[in-house]
Design a protein around this ligand. Sequence first.
Ligand code: ATP
Ligand code: MG
Length: 145
Amino acid sequence: MAVERTLAILKPDCVRKELIGDVLRRIQDAGFTILGLRMTRLSKREAEGFYAVHKGKAFFDELTTFMSSGPCVPVALEKENAIADFRALIGATNPKEAAEGTIRSDFAGSIGENIVHGSDSVANGQVEINYFFDQATLVANEPVG
Ligand code: ATP
Ligand code: MG
């Protein structure tokens, strides 16, 4: 299997519920390497840019209002098979449908406020990581030893 990168975002509900540590613990326990980590408050416009693929959908305004409602924590991650493995770790978009033991099943309140984002392809992961991190930072953060 190939080593891949994915972008996680611990969403504003994760920060408000004081679950940053719990979610990062699960991510690290699952074998992901953290290459970048920040805390930032997205403007509505930045949230609209990040989720541009969903423009025109019924939930777009709700989604981008929520994503700009408070600070979030983007995390650049690396692992073999990272895209699929991370989506398995977080579970289905709707927490009611998410498998038992997944992050969304255990922590999320609703489909709109579902704790964490995960990239859906290697190509989108690259674009999404670039949205928050510059390449030099990721290289500098590569683990040593
Ligand atoms: P994400 O991209 O955040 O990792 P996802 O890939 O599981 O989530 P998408 O279909 O990409 O799901 O939708 C992006 C986000 O939009 C979801 O995480 C959710 O917060 C929100 N969303 C999706 N569908 C709905 C809906 N029907 N009602 C409200 N919010 C929704
Ligand atoms: Mg998605």
